[in-house]
Write a protein that binds this ligand. Structure first.
Ligand SMILES: Cc1cc2nc3c(=O)[nH]c(=O)nc-3n(C[C@H](O)[C@H](O)[C@H](O)COP(=O)(O)O)c2cc1C
Length: 279
C-alpha cells in the first residue's frame, strides 16, 4: 500500500513524472501508462508560446545529462484548450500538477489565473528557477525578497494548492523553503537542475545538470527541509530505481518525481512504483 494523500487528494502511489521530461502526457502516450503512476507534472507553462533554445538541447555525460530546452511550450491558451482537456479525458487515477514559469511575477499570476477552474489540476508547481527580468535576470528563487513576492502573489492567485520548486544552488535552502511555507505554499519540490556547461555540447552554451549526480544533493535538501520545517516535499533529482526512490522517502519526501531516467528508459517510473508497492 503506497497511496499518498497530499494537496487534499489521494495519489495512488508516490511516483510522478518530473516537469519537462514528459511534456503534457501526450508525448509519452504509448510508452508510459500514465494511469499506473501517482501523476504527471507538466512541462513549464508560460503565458505566451515559447520555442525554446536551438538544438542541440541535451548532452549526456558520466554523471547524467545537461539540458537547455529553454522552457519550450505551447503557451497558456493551448495548454488550457488542448493539453489539459486531453489529460482530463485520459486519466482516471493519475493526478496532474501544472508547472508554471515566467519572466515577471505578473506572468506567473496570469498563467495561474488563466487556469482557474481547470478541475483536472491537483496543484500548481511554481518554477522559481526562472530568470526575473525585472531583477536583472537573477532567478526568482535566488533572493528572499524575490521568492517572497513570487510565492505571495501566486498563492493569492491560485485556488489550488501550490508547491514551490527550488534550485539546490542556494546558500540556505531551508531558509528559502521557510519563506515559501510562511507565504502559504503547501509543499516544496526539491530539486531543480544545477547550472552547468560542457564545451560545445549545447547550442545555448550552458544548461541544467540532471540525473544521477543530483541524487545525494536532492536527498540532503529533502532531509533538511522535512526535518527542520516539517513541510511536505516532492523529492526529485537522480531517481533511477526503487532504491534511489527510497532514499528520498527515508529523508521524508511525500511524493517523488522522475525525469532523466524516464527519458532514457520509459519503463523506469512504472517499475519504481511497482517495486515500492512490493510488486
Ligand atoms: C529536458 C528537461 C526539461 C526540464 N524542464 C523543466 C521545466 O519545464 N520546469 C521545471 O521546473 N523543471 C524542468 N526540468 C527539471 C526536472 O523537472 C527535474 O527537476 C530535474 O531534471 C531533476 O530530476 P531528474 O534527475 O530525475 O531528471 C527539466 C529537466 C530536463 C532534463
Amino acid at each position: 500500500m503506497t497511496a499518498v494523500r497530499l494537496f487534499g487528494v489521494d495519489f495512488q502511489n508516490p511516483v510522478l513524472l518530473a516537469s519537462g521530461t514528459a511534456g503534457f502526457g501526450r508525448e509519452v502516450e504509448g510508452v508510459i501508462d500514465l494511469d499506473t503512476l501517482g501523476g504527471i507534472v507538466t512541462k513549464a507553462v508560460t503565458l505566451e508560446p515559447r520555442r525554446g533554445h536551438a538544438a542541440p538541447r541535451v548532452a549526456e555525460f558520466a554523471g547524467g545529462m545537461l539540458n537547455a530546452v529553454g522552457l519550450a511550450n505551447p503557451g497558456l491558451a493551448t495548454v488550457r484548450e488542448h493539453e489539459l482537456p486531453w489529460l482530463a479525458a485520459r486519466l482516471t487515477r493519475a493526478r496532474v500538477l501544472v508547472n508554471v514559469a515566467g519572466a515577471t511575477v505578473a506572468d506567473y499570476v496570469d498563467v495561474i489565473a488563466g487556469l482557474t477552474g481547470q478541475a483536472v489540476i491537483a496543484a500548481f508547481e511554481i518554477n522559481a528557477s526562472c530568470p526575473n527580468t525585472t531583477a536583472g535576470g537573477l532567478e526568482f528563487g535566488a533572493t528572499p525578497e524575490g521568492l517572497r513576492e513570487l510565492v505571495r502573489r501566486c498563492r493569492a492567485a491560485a485556488t489550488k494548492p501550490i508547491s514551490v520548486k527550488l534550485s539546490p544552488v542556494l546558500p540556505d535552502i531551508v531558509a528559502m523553503a521557510r519563506i515559501a511555507q510562511d507565504e502559504g505554499a503547501d509543499a516544496v519540490t526539491l530539486v531543480n537542475t544545477i547550472p552547468g556547461m560542457l564545451d560545445r555540447r549545447l547550442a545555448n552554451g550552458s544548461g541544467g545538470v540532471s540525473g544521477p549526480a543530483l541524487l545525494p544533493i536532492g536527498v540532503l535538501a529533502t532531509h533538511q527541509v522535512v526535518h527542520r520545517l516539517g513541510m511536505p516535499v516532492i523529492g526529485v533529482g537522480g531517481i533511477g530505481s526503487a532504491q534511489d526512490a527510497r532514499q528520498y522517502l527515508s529523508a521524508g519526501a511525500s511524493l517523488l518525481a522522475i525525469g532523466t531516467a524516464a527519458l532514457a528508459d520509459p519503463r523506469v517510473p512504472g517499475r519504481v512504483a511497482r517495486e515500492l508497492a512490493g510488486g
